[in-house]
Design a protein around this ligand. Structure first.
Ligand code: NAP
Length: 305
């Protein structure tokens, strides 16, 4: 990166993450933000045109095919958006000498490891979505542009479709709910990922040889929990905050992932080891409970359910 305030092209501006990136990246440099209408990942010419037209120093891609279960029957579409279009981004970044920031997922792993996954562990996805995301990572590395591939997990925000919002809605509608108790990870807000991305770009900007930091990073909140414990924690906060839930934490019942019928198999261990990111970029990743509290407060104040 050369400019003091590098021009940034954000793709997928309306994703959970894109919404937060619009805020956080605006402090780094001039920002152009596109949605599906202006940069459709199923239209290669349009995608190339947008990048060549704007000539960014950084391309940030928060667009993705994220329908995990539907991907099982839409393999071609998932690979088009998560792999083939990503190759175009990498090729265009390479031609421009730009950086590509791209997001990936714990679903590139099978979840069989007993400890958190490091960036050096080999991907071994269980489902089509995970395969398409792993292929997207590979294609960026094959093209060889300067990149930050940021894997995160259990992403959520007060906007969009995600586990905490689903749990709160169900707890308002029903007097008891069942939640998977044998899958473990670190719930991570889009807010944290967006702010950390901005901090990473800021750090690259200050370096004489930023290309030395090109690579894959794991970015999640600190700590870990199960979906079941996470749901209980959220509903405890919601109850104390006076949200109109019927299912309080005592009315949450554990089930196994095997008994939760879904088209795609999901990894049971979603824990990602974040030390490389923390050491190289000198960022602090707060415990997951810190942002979960903010989430409930934001939902309560703005009545976002
Ligand atoms: N959600 C998670 O739990 C999670 C976990 C780990 C990693 N990630 C990764 O984090 C990133 C952001 O995820 P997210 O949950 O914020 O995403 P999201 O809210 O599901 O949004 C996906 C975005 O991609 C856009 N999109 C889909 N198809 C497109 C196309 N053909 N052309 C252009 N845009 C298209 C959608 O546009 P429309 O608004 O028009 O539909 C939407 O804005 C993704 O790379 C995802 O793989 C997510």
């Amino acid at each position: 990166m050369t400019a003091n305030a590098p021009k940034i092209l954000l793709l997928g501006k309306d994703s959970q993450l894109g919404w937060e990136l619009q805020r956080s990246l605006s402090t780094i440099g001039p920002l152009v933000a596109c949605d599906r209408q202006t940069a459709n990942f199923e239209n290669a010419d349009e995608l190339r045109f947008q990048i060549r037209h704007h000539q960014p120093a950084v391309i940030v891609n928060s667009a993705a095919y994220t329908a995990v279960d539907k991907a099982e029957t839409e393999r071609a579409k998932a690979h088009q958006i998560n792999e083939i279009a990503v190759r175009i981004l990498a090729e265009e970044a390479s031609h421009l000498g730009a950086w590509l920031v791209h997001y990936s997922t714990d679903y590139v792993f099978d979840g069989e490891k007993a400890s958190p996954y490091s960036v050096d562990d080999q991907p071994c996805p269980l489902n089509v979505y995970g395969q398409s995301k792993a292929a997207g990572e590979r294609t960026i590395r094959d093209v060889g542009c300067n990149h930050l591939i940021i894997r995160t997990s259990w992403l959520y925000s007060a906007h969009g479709s995600n586990f905490p919002r689903t749990i709160l809605r169900r707890a308002i509608e029903r007097d008891q709910i069942e939640v998977v108790a044998d899958s473990f990870g670190a719930p991570t807000t889009a807010h944290l990922v967006a702010d950390t991305t901005a901090a990473m770009l800021d750090r690259l900007n200050g370096l004489s040889r930023p290309e030395e930091l090109s690579g894959i990073y794991h970015l999640t909140a600190s700590g870990e929990t199960s979906w079941y414990d996470f749901a209980q924690f959220l509903l405890g906060l919601a109850h104390n905050r006076g949200l109109p839930i019927q299912a309080n934490p005592k009315r949450v019942f554990p089930i196994t992932s095997a008994s939760y019928a879904a088209a795609a198999t999901r990894p049971k261990n979603s824990r990602l080891e974040t030390s490389l990111l923390r050491d190289r970029f000198r960022v602090h990743l707060p415990d997951w409970q810190v942002h979960a509290r903010r989430f409930i407060e934001e939902v309560a104040r703005s009545r976002l359910l």
